[in-house]
Design a protein around this ligand. Sequence first.
Ligand SMILES: [Zn+2]
Length: 94
Amino acid sequence: MEEKYLLRHICEVCGRTEILTPEEAHSQGWDYPPKMGQFRIISPRTCPNCMMMDTVWAALVLQGKTLDELTDRQKQTFNRILSEPESILVVEEE
Ligand SMILES: [Zn+2]
């Protein structure tokens, strides 16, 4: 299946947002599902410039934080990831 749909790629670290196909995002260096990781599974969601050490994934897995210890922004990211791909899918109006 060709991945022609558009996703709102939101860097969870710096907030950069770009609407791209999965193919475009991957070639530009984004770490984003479905090319990197899977929808609804916590893993880094980063733009080409940011480090995975600053992600929700790193906070939970590497630093051993609980959900309560996340920042509000990290909690938002967490919730957004759990409701992917609907939470980032861009519906084009024709
Ligand atoms: Zn970034």
